[in-house]
Design a protein around this ligand. Sequence first.
Ligand SMILES: [Zn+2]
Length: 301
Amino acid sequence: MSMSEQERARRRRESRRRAANRDIVALAVLVLAVVIAVVSVSCAVGNANGSEDSEPSRATKRTTTTTSASETTTTSESTTSTTTTTTTSGSTTTTTTTAKPSNGGEHYVQPAGGAWNLMLVNDWNTMPQEMVDSIKLEVVNSSVTNGSVDARIVEPLKRMVADCRKAGGNIWAQSMFRPYDTQKRLYNNEVARWVKKGYSQADAEVKAATIVKRPGQSEHNTGLAVDFNNCDSSFTGTVAYNWLVEHCAEYGFILRFPKGKEDITGVIFESWHYRYVGVEAATEIMRDGITLEEYCQRHGV
Ligand SMILES: [Zn+2]
């Protein structure tokens, strides 16, 4: 091989090496762009979907001042022990609103007059105050402020808790029915907090709803929801949690806000929050890994 042939070969190798380097850089840029996109999307989801259990003392820890948190907590605890005794009829109606979810799809709006145990209450399905106020309640834990549930679910709830304990689970029902007026006060306090920070009334209302549900839009207004133990993510992975996920449907309960369904429920994953829907619906929901929203849509109820 002549000198110039060697030189040409060397240049070809050099050129290939440079091309390979360019490919590596391009790939790295692409990977970085994908990572940034994924992170942005998760943050957006996190912002759009609030906690159903926004006792402000917990949910606003990150952003609120100590003063406003304690104000709202006091408000909550001073009013939530009220128990009403009016009876309800066997069926329920919900007033409905339409809204576009953050993913651009359409949220299911439940038709009026459905079964009480399947009542859908979320950002897009509002329970009227008179209905919340007329639930027949029964106390299941007298040592906490929100210690009542709809009288119709007391028996399965107690049975489920007892059986979970027999299986080695450390579990107690901590937070259940929350009156409409309490929800309203908590929500209004949260709105006021954002107005004080400089938000317009309309923007403050939207922002507040990602932290505290609007009155009539919290499942805790139904008397059919139960938060266990510390009402936070420390419940995830415990013996009690694992047992509940496996067995709650046998008692008519579901894990109401599962992971990965945030855009459908409008609520972050809450391992501690369970909802009574009856054995039939619960069995299908837990078996198929779907939400109450998806179940209602699937059956048109
Ligand atoms: Zn809850």
